[in-house]
Design a protein around this ligand. Structure first.
Ligand code: FNR
Length: 368
């Protein structure tokens, strides 16, 4: 029998339930990684190489988890990252995540390839709720320009251009489960010439422009006032280049292990990037986010100690939504919040904005 929601005590528990109750094709699409799934496996494990150096006797009665991301105040330093095809897991799709994000005052990044239409996801937001847009750049720039202008008009507060997917990775689990239900929104956003024989990912991605390059960045800056961020950066040289290109942030990410296998985890790249930015005095020129394998509040705390502004979380909320709908998403977020408060107390820090390298021991990162 399916465990009741109250029996999920951490984010991994939602994954175990989802695996049992989800349709096979949906599970294959959500859970798969590229090739041998080595990067997928290492994303969470990389956090295990970092240990804490807690501080004692520091008044931790009151804990403040709130921070700012691109100028927006959030209650806890994570956001719901963009994951395509929400209706595979839940008939209501991405709007379930919108409602969960509202309840916990965190930001949702809307995927280009959502199952709900972009406007449905915007309309599901309430009050001053903030959403960002993840962008796959179409070979036809007129389509891309329309998407950007529409997002800005509807109040999106950030544009995250995915730069790690000039070609979609081979997710063999997904390819084996022949995929048929692409959904109408996906066709609208550019899924022309859909080839359904190669799994969900490949079926929807043929419009993405592999010729996208640094030369295109000025064009993006010229067509929108939204902050622009590059999602999927994997080395410090590219972070520095992003700063000179004038973008406002990067997400150190390997796309949840779904693109280049043997790409390093976001947290390892972060440990490479931050000392170099500090050495060059560039650390305040750009906001750095990471995603991939964040499952515990301690993962979030470690990323903030290294210098990230916040972290993105993908699959856990998809699994929670697929298994239990909105109550699942709500509980997953609440569990993270509770874990976060407790662990902040235990390391002796009462404000996430005061986390820094002195709270962690990263010597294990260079050991393999
Ligand atoms: C993704 N991700 C993703 N990224 C993106 O830029 N555009 C997209 O359409 C998608 N779609 C997508 C679907 C699914 C099912 C997954 C699991 C992931 C990548 C996502 O934004 C993020 O980088 C990872 O999901 C983070 O890793 P975790 O939290 O899933 O481990």
């Amino acid at each position: 029998r399916m465990p009741i929601l109250e029996q999920c005590y951490n984010l991994m528990d939602f994954e175990a339930v989802a695996r049992r109750v989800m349709k096979k094709t949906a599970w294959a699409y959500y859970s798969s990684g590229a090739d041998d799934e080595i990067t997928l496996r290492e994303n969470h494990r990389a956090f295990h190489k970092i240990w804490f150096r807690p501080r004692i006797l520091h008044d931790v009665e009151q804990i403040d988890l709130s921070t700012k991301m691109l100028g927006t105040k959030v209650d806890i330093p994570f956001y719901v990252t963009a994951t395509a095809l929400g209706k595979l897991g839940n008939p209501e799709g991405e709007v379930v995540l919108t409602r969960g994000a509202k309840k916990h005052n965190v930001i949702q990044m809307i995927p280009t390839l959502a199952s709900c239409s972009f406007d449905e996801i915007i309309d599901a937001a309430e009050g001053d709720q903030v959403q960002w847009l993840q962008l796959y750049v179409n070979k036809n720039r007129d389509i891309t320009k329309r998407i950007i202008e529409h997002a800005e008009k509807r109040g999106c507060k950030g544009l995250f251009i995915t730069v790690d997917a000039p070609q979609l990775g081979r997710r063999e689990k997904d390819m084996r489960s022949k995929f048929s239900d692409v959904g109408s929104n996906v066709q609208d956003t550019g899924g022309d010439n859909v080839d359904r024989s190669q799994g969900a990912a490949r079926a929807i991605s043929s419009f993405i422009d592999p010729a996208l390059s640094w030369k295109d960045i000025p064009w993006f800056l010229s067509v929108t006032k939204m902050p622009i961020l590059l999602k999927g950066v994997q080395r410090v040289e590219d972070v520095i280049r992003a700063i000179s290109a004038g973008v406002q942030g990067v997400v150190l990410s390997n796309h949840g292990g779904r693109q280049l296998d043997f790409a390093r985890s976001g947290v390892e790249v972060l440990a490479e990037v931050m000392p170099e930015l500090r050495r060059l005095g560039l650390q305040d020129k750009i906001e750095i986010y990471i995603d991939g394998g964040v499952r515990r509040a301690t993962d979030i705390i470690k990323a903030l100690c290294l210098g990230a502004t916040g972290v993105g979380i993908g699959r856990p909320f998809l699994y929670a939504m697929s298994a239990y709908g909105l109550p699942g998403v709500d509980r997953a977020m609440q569990l993270l919040k509770d874990e976060m408060e407790m662990n902040m107390r235990l390391i002796g820090c009462n404000n996430v904005n005061q986390l820094g390298p002195e709270f962690i021991d990263t010597r294990g990162l260079s050991m393999h």
